[in-house]
Design a protein. Structure first.
Length: 64
């Protein structure tokens, strides 16, 4: 499931609203271990881009 979420996030990263929606949906389908891996991947993948602030905000608010 983690790989599927990564694929979706890469495909929707052009639209910040859609990206945030899909990132939030990931919290509903992934287990805690996968969320930790997803967080690391997101920070690496979207370190410098329009989605970086979304990643930071979503993972800061999330309690997992």
């Amino acid at each position: 499931m983690l790989e599927y979420v990564k694929t979706i996030l890469l495909k929707v990263s052009f639209d910040i609203r859609l990206f945030e929606k899909e990132l939030r949906k990931a919290f509903k389908v992934l287990v805690k271990q996968d969320l930790v891996l997803l967080r690391a991947w997101c920070y690496e993948q979207f370190a410098s881009g329009i989605c970086h602030h979304i990643v930071k905000r979503v993972f800061t608010k999330a309690a997992f």
